[in-house]
Design a protein around this ligand. Structure first.
Ligand code: KG4
Ligand code: ZN
Length: 336
């Protein structure tokens, strides 16, 4: 009698910016995936600098990576010997920061004698949604985070066509900047969202960005300028937050729905830090497309999303990455 095929346990690592993330995912023989653990150490050393200090980020990753990995394995109820595949982000991101997780992951894979997968950070963000629903192409993927605003068409597994991108700020960056100018605190996304609940979205006028464009690009500089002018004119911060959030959400939704129609897709993955936004989730849920969002704790940078990308690579039969794979600061995902 044959033994039942065992599930594979994939350990995923992301150290692309200022979060040390390690997660564990189980890939069942039938192709189903389950997140067993997701631990993130968010660095606070950058708070006084108004931005991420690359050298400090690398050092913190070095100090934390081993403990975060231990915590993730404990949360999964596994030991390191139970790991069948190791995946780590190789780019894009801060090279020094990326190198820490990449080297740690490669070292672990080599020590355990298991395959290693280098993962693309944005592919990780997209596969974060696989925690909630089976993700089979074709679909559109809107990645909205602090550093990225990209709309991809995914016609086949592992194939990405860039449909649109931001011409200036990333969506999350705009939330952060508007929150800062309105004195709402950091991180700006959750702060805007919270303040918006008490504000009147009609009090401050925001014009639709790139109105009338034929393509599917994004731009947030106009909304940011409108927020700044309204703030200088003495607008109430809660009204400002409500108006900005509604305008940003409508713009992201409207552009994505036009693209979904143009590309004939009815499933849309929405991921990245901004995908945690409640108003954005509600707007997509009420739209005609099937919107898939990552589960709790998987919107912002984390290691489980990299493990999920590794699981997808494994399921698709992609060969493991060579241990010579290096870290890359700039790495476009679109290959068509
Ligand atoms: O994915 P992420 O952790 O980092 C990058 O890869 O860039 O995203 C962080 C971004 C921040 O700009 C933060 O303000 C935004 O995601 N964010 C939100 C919300 N939660 C986080 N934006 C809008 N609404 C939220 N609830
Ligand atoms: Zn990210």
């Amino acid at each position: 009698m044959n033994a039942r095929p065992a599930p594979a346990r994939i350990l995923g690592i992301d150290t692309s910016c200022d979060d040390t993330g390690v997660g564990v995912v189980e890939l069942a023989p039938d192709g189903g995936v389950r997140v067993l653990a997701n631990r993130v150490w968010s660095q606070t050393v950058h708070a006084n600098y108004g931005g991420v200090m690359p050298e400090l980020a690398s050092r913190e990753h070095v100090e934390r990576i081993d403990a975060v990995t231990g915590d993730a394995l404990a949360e999964a109820g596994l030991t390191v010997q139970d790991v069948d595949v190791v995946a780590a982000t190789s780019g894009p991101g801060l090279v020094g920061a990326l190198l820490v997780g990449l080297m740690y992951g490669k070292g672990l894979a080599q020590a355990l004698g298991v395959p290693f997968h280098a993962a693309h950070h944005l592919e990780g963000h997209i596969y974060a949604a696989a925690s909630e629903a089976e993700l089979r192409p074709p679909y559109l993927a809107l990645v909205v985070s602090g550093g990225h605003t990209h709309l991809f068409d995914v016609p086949r597994e592992g194939e990405y066509v860039l449909v649109g991108a931001t011409r200036d700020d990333a969506a999350g960056e705009a939330f952060d900047k508007v929150a800062r100018l309105a004195g709402l605190g950091y991180p700006g996304g959750p702060a805007i969202s919270e303040a918006a609940r008490r504000g009147d979205p009609d009090a401050v006028p925001f014009k639709e960005p790139l109105k009338g464009q034929k393509g599917f690009d994004f731009s947030f500089s106009g909304l940011k300028t409108a927020a700044l002018l309204a703030h200088r004119a003495g607008a109430n911060p809660e009204d400002l937050a409500a108006g900005f959030e509604r305008a940003a959400v409508n713009f992201l939704l409207g552009t994505t729905l036009r693209a979904a129609q143009a590309y004939g897709r009815n499933t849309v993955v929405v991921s990245g830090g901004v995908a945690a936004n409640r108003a954005l989730r509600e707007a997509f849920a009420a739209s005609p497309v099937r919107a898939v969002f990552p589960g709790q704790g998987l919107n912002t940078d984390n290691g489980a999303m990299i493990a999920l990308a590794g699981a997808a690579a494994l399921r698709a039969g992609r060969p493991p990455s060579p241990l010579s794979e290096g870290a890359v600061a700039y790495a476009p995902l679109a290959n068509a």
